[in-house]
Design a protein around this ligand. Structure first.
Ligand SMILES: Cc1cc2nc3c(=O)[nH]c(=O)nc-3n(C[C@H](O)[C@H](O)[C@H](O)COP(=O)(O)O)c2cc1C
Length: 245
């Protein structure tokens, strides 16, 4: 069995952490492993903000729907998509930065996600647990103020890191033939066929060790997608200089 693939398949988010720090050497190594990710055009368009100030942690937790683990995790990192650094390179060379392209927004967002996921995999390989915090985007302007984020940057998500104090079950993923298609998308004439996945997810939710509920995956998605999804994001991103053209 390939241990890296086994590690990846064993991922589950951790939301309860021991009160125990991550050693400095290990922490530095995790960040370097993150930086080793591929990067579109070599922009390396991410800045990671390590939040160690307890007041800022508390503020960010409150801005992210009061999720306690933002405060209790050994480390809390905010991944910022960052075209500001590249714009400063133009200043260095007397060039005018041509920012604001939607493509640059995609580049920076993807770069941030790839670095984060490398850190996640490296962390889990060391026995740490993680939880992404997209809820920072509930209040992206306030988060940007707390972290002094400049123009051409935005907080994509946060990441809690720490030693796990729980052992949750692995959440079942969609059947491989639903997500992997050959040569074309292959729209089903008879509508979406999830096989027995809905029942697998219903079973997982009904029997997991915490926060049990009765819900299938398609019910969950249908509930989510019929609501608005952080409608403030477009205006926010425009104020930060993204999505102008
Ligand atoms: C970008 C991103 C943002 C997320 N935001 C949150 C969050 O704010 N709070 C939370 O508890 N989990 C959050 N999650 C975790 C997801 O709920 C979780 O990954 C998903 O339900 C699958 O479960 P698993 O990670 O245990 O396999 C986020 C995940 C991603 C990838």
């Amino acid at each position: 069995m390939n241990p890296t693939i086994e590690l990846l398949k064993g991922h589950r988010s951790i939301r309860q952490f021991q009160n125990r720090p991550i050693q400095t050497d290990l922490f530095q190594d995790l960040i370097k492993a993150g930086q080793a990710a591929a990067s579109s055009n070599f922009f390396q368009a991410v800045t990671i903000i390590r939040v160690t100030d307890p007041k800022k942690r508390a503020k960010l937790a409150s801005l992210a729907n009061n999720q306690a683990y933002v405060e209790t995790a050994a480390e809390f990192l905010v991944f910022c998509a960052d075209m500001n650094r590249a714009a400063s390179c133009c200043d260095l060379h007397g060039a005018e930065a041509n920012t604001g392209f939607t493509e640059q927004f995609i580049i920076a967002t993807v770069d941030a996600a790839l670095v984060a996921q490398n850190i996640v995999v490296a962390s889990e390989s060391a026995g740490l647990g993680i939880c992404y915090i997209g809820a920072l985007r509930n209040n992206p302007s306030e988060v940007s103020t707390v972290l002094d984020l400049p123009h051409d940057t935005y907080p994509v998500f946060g990441l809690c890191l720490g030693w796990p104090d729980q052992n949750p079950e692995v959440k079942p993923r969609l059947p491989i033939d639903v997500v992997l298609r050959e040569n074309s998308y292959g729209i089903e004439e008879d509508g979406l066929d999830l096989g027995n996945y809905d029942e697998a997810v219903r079973g997982y939710y009904a029997t997991r060790s915490s926060n049990q509920k009765s819900m299938s995956w398609s019910e969950q998605m249908s509930g989510m997608l019929s609501k608005e999804s952080r409608p403030h994001m477009l205006d926010f991103l425009k104020t930060k200089g993204f999505l102008q053209k």
